[in-house]
Design a protein around this ligand. Structure first.
Ligand SMILES: *Cc1c(COP(=O)(O)O)cnc(C)c1O
Length: 364
């Protein structure tokens, strides 16, 4: 074993500050240095094998060492590893956008790339906010979020989050939102029971929209499962009811599928369970099968068109990240979709228009 390798535990303790980790506790233990991945296993520097039960934080889809993804990255690295998406493009980014639109719920038309889930959430919030400026309704500036929600750790994403432990410390830095109840039947905050409640939690959200829609740009939520909030599953009919309220009151529906996307709930995307198309869909985590950071904010022609104009009208969406549309990450993501096609023959494909109607839960 080389010295560098032998020292990696010591270097880690000396030089790395780990996310979501109490470092005093961490410093008291010997670091686990992960060296290799094989299928569902991670193998550390001592040769110990671990089942990767958290899918490396919910990003890994088909396991470690997936030939389709390995090969896609290897091929791409010989051609081009990075080039900006500001004003120019690259083949993997363009191909992937087409494949994403093919498998997304019908009605979604344009893909805006970022690097991680939180950035893609920021994009969704700013997009929704600016959409209403361009549509001549500048008063629509606020958001409705859910209690127990998690949308990432940047300030906009924390503002629409609802987990006290993670979010309370930063309150003075955040913008205010209207908070609707969590769709948490087991500990219903309204003290009701499904189905006799008649989806009262969705109706509470509807009440907020009825009273305040003139100042509300969008509703943001994790569809079907509030993941970080404790794997809270929504009751049947909830999402469809929310979509109806958003339509009735002219408010954009932003669905954050960073955790639920790419087959996690048995469909390619969780919103398919209720046949709902959001105005803005946020993807991340599993997008590259757990290989490289990549996220996307996908929206409708209506939202996209609102930003079109002459340069001097300044309707441009002034937002972008350095690694947006990174060719290696996009190649990995194309490999991920290929792996879906190879391993799950009934998974959504371009031929079935995302399998929106045809793909049943057991098919993935
Ligand atoms: C993990 C997560 C995010 C944040 O993604 P990052 O890539 O960690 O920034 C956003 N939304 C949901 C629902 C998530 O689970």
């Amino acid at each position: 074993m080389s010295d560098r390798k032998k020292n990696s535990g010591a270097y880690d303790k000396e030089f790395i500050w780990h996310p979501f980790t109490q470092m005093r506790e961490y410093e008291g233990k010997d670091p686990v240095v992960i060296e290799r991945g094989e299928g569902a296993y991670l193998i550390d520097s001592e040769g110990r094998r671990y089942i990767d039960g958290v899918s490396s934080l919910w990003v890994n889809i088909h396991g470690h060492g997936v030939p389709e993804i390995d090969n896609a990255i290897k091929k791409q690295v010989d051609l081009l590893s990075h080039s900006t998406l500001l004003g120019v493009t690259n083949a993997p980014a363009a191909l992937l956008a087409k494949e994403l639109i093919d498998i997304c719920p019908p009605g979604l038309k344009k893909v805006f790339y970022s690097g991680d889930g939180a950035s893609a959430v920021e994009v969704a919030l700013k997009m929704a906010f600016q959409y209403w400026q361009h549509r001549g309704k500048p008063g629509k500036t606020k958001f409705v979020s859910l209690r127990n929600a998690y949308h990432g750790d940047t300030l906009g994403a924390v503002s629409v989050g609802g987990i006290e432990l993670f979010h309370a410390a930063f309150k003075p830095l955040l913008f205010e939102t209207f908070q609707a109840p969590s769709y948490y039947c087991y500990r219903c905050e309204l003290g009701k029971t499904y189905p006799s409640c008649g989806l009262a939690c969705a109706d509470e959200l509807g009440n907020i929209l009825e009273a305040h829609h003139e100042e509300i740009a969008g509703v943001i939520m994790e569809p079907y499962v509030q993941a970080a909030g404790g794997m809270i599953v929504s009751p049947p009919g909830y999402l469809g009811r929310v979509r109806e309220y958003c339509d009735r009151y002219g408010v954009l529906l932003i669905l954050d599928e960073v955790a639920t996307g790419f087959g996690r709930t048995g469909r390619m995307f969780a919103c398919e369970h209720e046949g709902v198309t959001p105005d803005i869909l946020v993807l991340g985590k599993g997008m590259t099968g757990g290989y490289l950071p990549l996220s996307a904010t996908i929206t409708t022609g209506d939202v996209y068109d609102a930003f079109l104009g002459e340069y001097e009208e300044f309707k441009t969406f002034f937002h972008g990240h350095s690694y947006a549309g990174n060719p290696l990450a996009c190649a990995a993501s194309l490999g991920n979709l290929e792996a879906f096609r190879n391993r799950c023959p009934h998974a959504p494909s371009r031929d079935t228009h995302g399998g929106f109607e045809k793909t049943r839960a057991r098919d993935i």
